[in-house]
Design a binder for this molecule. Structure first.
Ligand code: FCB
Length: 476
């Protein structure tokens, strides 16, 4: 450890040339099973909806699939070594349901448990705390075949799976997240069809959102009763949603998008009821009869932490049209007429506007309207067109600048009293970016997919400095 890592201030503050984070702040990197593991036919794993989707022509750019991905299933030791080099205190990864419970119900698959058990031991051996997500989008295909998330039974199946896995691994895994970004599962999966299973049924998407939430609540209840000392949470992708103008129609458009993106999850989770305005907005599509008496109370099960994934802000306007402005199905169910406004800000390779202040706004809003609750940024990061240079290095100054800007905003939020306890960068290594395949590189570490060679980018070295100092250098 370098001498600059030895600053010993008790809490956050500027010490010498370091803008420090609070002692004990969790620094991590995040990944997800289907995006990195590969080995889709090994160890008794059954197909997930993403195997089916990726193998359906036209669904994923370049026909890419997660069949091999980063081959992490075989190279997990090397990848844990990369995490150790980053100096992270925590590693957020997801468990593949079809590896652990290939039939989508019943007992666990020994080889699946064994794989994650070995990964966890490797992490703990390096002093890295595992932070697991039980569901990061890879539903066993067999459960989609019996209706998927739009049917209530899938919520029950999820709770059963969560309880079985928690029972086996909670001796060594202390941090449990039920779902990653249920918005994407429900609305990209079942409304606009950009993600698996690729259905375009707005009413089914609303039912999916509810059954994801119900599954979450049932899983929390089950895990809590098994071991009250586990830290339990969920991760949401939250956005500030701003109107493009002062016009009442634009304000209403922003309200509607906020309802169907943010409050549809925050309200039942943290207030125990769906927003009334959301129910009205979607009334022509669904009467939400799938919400049975008592469900909202189940969803409202007490949480220990809330994970927030932040990438960008939405600025929206009403198009004035009653009908969708595009022939493509909209993910904003009930608000298909609302348009996103491009503010002309610099964008990442995903086309997402770079807006660090949005991170502050999201955290501040959650704490003010729904808190108190300990918050973790469970994903933030950026894709850029990284290239392996002739000298064998990957220079990614844009990613360093992006992360530096967002980390400073996080630090300001802490100064302002927001209970932010940790920050996970998306992502450890370049990987399968869903419908974009391998065309988007978000990693701190570059992956040469021909050879599976891992090459830490400049941002990896920079981030290792941040974790070592527990802070940002204020002067170079
Ligand atoms: C999030 C996903 C994650 C990754 C990033 C870029 O929505 O949770 O798997 O794809 O976006």
């Amino acid at each position: 450890m370098s001498s600059e890592g030895m600053t010993a201030a008790p809490g956050p503050g500027s010490v010498g040339d370091v803008l420090r984070f609070p002692d004990g702040f969790a620094w991590g990197a995040a990944t997800a099973s289907y995006q990195i593991e590969g080995a889709v036919h090994e160890g008794g794993r059954s197909p997930s909806i993403w195997d089916t989707f990726a193998h359906t022509p036209g669904k994923v750019q370049n026909g890419d699939t997660g069949d091999v991905a980063d081959d992490h299933y075989h190279r997990y030791r090397e990848d844990v070594g990369l995490l150790a080099d980053l100096g992270v205190t925590h590693y957020r990864f997801s468990l593949a349901w079809p590896r652990l419970q290939p039939g989508g119900r019943g007992g666990l698959n020994h080889d699946g448990v064994d794989f994650y058990s070995r990964l966890v031991d490797e992490l703990l051996g390096r002093g890295i705390q595992p932070w697991v997500t039980l569901y990061h989008w890879d539903l066993p295909q067999v459960l989609e075949d019996s209706g998927g998330w739009p049917v209530r039974d899938t919520a029950e199946r999820f709770a059963e799976y969560a309880a079985a896995v928690h029972d086996r691994l909670s001796d060594r895994i202390r941090h449990w997240t039920t779902l990653n970004e249920p918005w994407c599962s429900a609305f990209l999966g079942y409304a606009n069809g950009h993600h698996a299973p690729g259905r375009t049924e707005p009413g089914a998407a609303l039912a999916a959102a509810h059954h994801l939430m119900l599954g979450h609540g049932l899983a929390v209840q089950a895990m809590r009763s098994q071991d009250a000392s586990s830290t339990l949470g969920i991760t949401l992708n939250l956005y500030p949603v701003d109107p493009a103008s002062d016009a009442p129609a634009d304000a209403d458009a922003a309200r509607r998008v906020d309802a169907v993106s943010n409050r549809i999850f925050l309200d039942p989770l943290l207030r125990g009821r769906y927003p009334e305005d959301l129910r009205r907005d979607v009334a022509e599509i669904s009467n939400m009869a799938f919400v049975a008496g008592g469900d909202e109370k189940v969803i409202n099960a007490p949480l220990d932490v809330l994970g927030v994934n932040y990438y960008t802000r939405h600025v929206v306007r009403a198009s004035g049209a009653r009908q969708p402005t595009s022939t493509r199905a909209s993910a904003w169910v009930g608000s298909a007429d609302v348009q996103s406004v491009d503010r002309g800000l610099p964008k990442t390779e995903m086309g997402w506007e770079i807006d660090p202040q949005g991170l502050y706004d999201v955290l501040e809003r959650v704490q003010r309207e729904y808190g108190p609750i300990p918050l973790y940024i469970t994903e933030n990061g950026a894709a850029f067109a990284d290239e392996l240079g002739p000298d064998g290095t990957v220079a990614d100054p844009q990613r360093v600048a992006y992360l530096d800007d967002h980390f400073r905003v996080a630090r300001r939020a802490i100064d302002d009293g927001i209970d932010l306890r940790g920050y996970f960068v998306w992502t450890l290594i370049d990987n399968f970016e869903w419908a974009w395949g391998f065309s988007k590189r978000f990693g701190l570490v570059y992956v040469d997919y021909e050879t599976q060679r891992r090459i830490p980018k400049d941002s990896a070295r920079w981030f290792a400095g941040v974790t070592r100092r527990n802070g940002l250098a204020t002067a170079v």
